[in-house]
Design a protein around this ligand. Structure first.
Ligand code: CA
Length: 397
């Protein structure tokens, strides 16, 4: 059913050494225009404002996820033996395409656009797109199966877990890759050890007890990456300004004449985006749009766009009511509407949350399958402690 390429194609990768492609369909999907668009979507939104090397794209991350899936289905014997060739290829495709619907600026857009990127990924795979045609030409069932894995509802649960469980190809790639590109060491963990110790029991991906320490390390890596990289206040500041730009554009959108030359944004202001609109809006188009805003006459949009383009980010402080009142009054004195120039946010992150249906399981030496926190001292103490919270106020200065 799946044609092989004449010889294995390889793409060099800073994390995995090489990405190996043996199936023509994978190669064709990589070359599809919807997948190439991911070169114009950054992996980390505002994080490059703190860690300047972190400019890598969703394209490189998606290839990395594909490569980890490929290794999981070929190198982990329990998985290899349980999957047909067709299932192996389908799950590799799902890994490759899991982020194909991503909007610009990582997750910053989630607050702006009510449609989730998973929904766009699904639409691109199932509807009118080059990717859909490539899948459809092989088999009429293929697109649906790939979309089901991305939705975590494929009937073969192993396939769902490989792409998005708790110890999945997506997270393993982004932690390693984001750590590398941010130049930090927090995200490193021993992926080789984890892959070597993965087994399948009771239709679950489990890790042998001898690999538990590398899993603990992976959980700590995730925790530190969230606080040191993903939730860094400078990155959040950048993302808040983006949010304010869209909030302001929505406010004046009824005046369509204002949006001449800004048609990449308008479907998102109307909240009725099609796959085609989605395709138009990448980060290059967005930055062009911010430039256009600086030459138009709305003072707020002009200023906020310059904040993004010239990196004049919002300042931030620990939140207190007194602080908020004082900042609000100061902004008003300066003639700045606090609606657009000030925002409060609270971030919190638990290192690992069991019992939400996506647990990590350990295969004990006695052959029992146990949820990680019931046998790991490190993880159970992390869960017993307080969940870290960070409430800050961001404002224009
Ligand atoms: Ca991803």
């Amino acid at each position: 059913m799946f044609k092989k390429t004449e010889e294995t194609k390889v793409l060099r990768d800073v994390i995995h050494g090489y990405i190996h492609v043996e199936y023509q369909v994978i190669w064709d999907l990589i070359n599809a225009k919807e997948f190439q668009r991911l070169r114009r979507i950054s992996q980390l939104g505002g994080v490059h404002q703190v860690y300047h090397n972190a400019e890598h794209s969703r394209f490189t991350h998606s290839l990395g996820v594909y490569e980890i899936v490929r290794r999981m289905v070929y190198e982990i014997k329990d998985i290899h033996d349980r999957l047909s060739e067709e299932e192996k290829v389908i799950v590799m495709i799902a890994g490759l395409l899991h982020d194909v619907g991503h909007l610009p600026f990582s997750h910053a857009f989630q607050n702006i656009c009510p449609v989730e990127h998973e929904q766009f990924s699904r639409d691109i795979i199932l509807m009118d797109s080059d990717i859909h045609c490539i899948l459809q030409n092989i088999s009429t069932h293929l697109a649906k199966q790939v979309a089901d894995i991305i939705d975590y509802k494929h009937e073969n649960e192993i396939l769902n877990q490989i792409v998005s469980g708790q110890l999945d190809a997506d997270r393993m790639d982004y932690l390693l890759r984001d750590a590398y590109f941010s130049g930090t060491s927090y995200g490193k963990f021993d992926i080789e050890r984890i892959l070597r110790t993965i087994r399948v029991r009771e239709n679950k991906i489990v890790v042998k007890e001898s690999g538990m320490h590398s899993v603990e390390d992976y959980i700590m890596a995730r925790y530190h990456m969230y606080w040191q990289v993903y939730y860094h206040p400078v990155a959040r500041s950048f993302e808040h300004i983006l949010f304010m730009i869209f909030k302001r554009m929505k406010e004046i959108y009824p005046d369509e004449s204002y949006f001449y030359n800004l048609d990449m944004f308008t479907p998102f202001l109307e909240e009725k985006q099609s796959v085609r609109d989605h395709f138009m809006l990448d980060e290059h188009a967005s930055y062009y749009g911010f430039g256009v805003l600086t030459r138009k006459n709305d003072q707020i949009l002009k200023e906020l766009a310059l904040c993004i383009l010239d990196r004049r980010l919002f300042k931030y402080d620990a939140y207190s009511e007194a602080n908020e009142t004082q900042i609000r009054e100061q902004l008003i004195r300066e003639g700045k509407d606090p609606e657009y120039y000030m925002i409060v946010d609270t971030m919190s992150k638990s290192p690992y949350s069991p019992y939400d249906g996506h647990n990590i399981y350990i295969l004990t030496q006695q052959g029992e399958v146990k949820e990680l926190s019931t046998i790991s001292i490190i993880v159970s103490s992390l869960l017993g402690g307080k969940i870290k919270e960070d409430k800050k106020i961001y404002y224009y200065k």
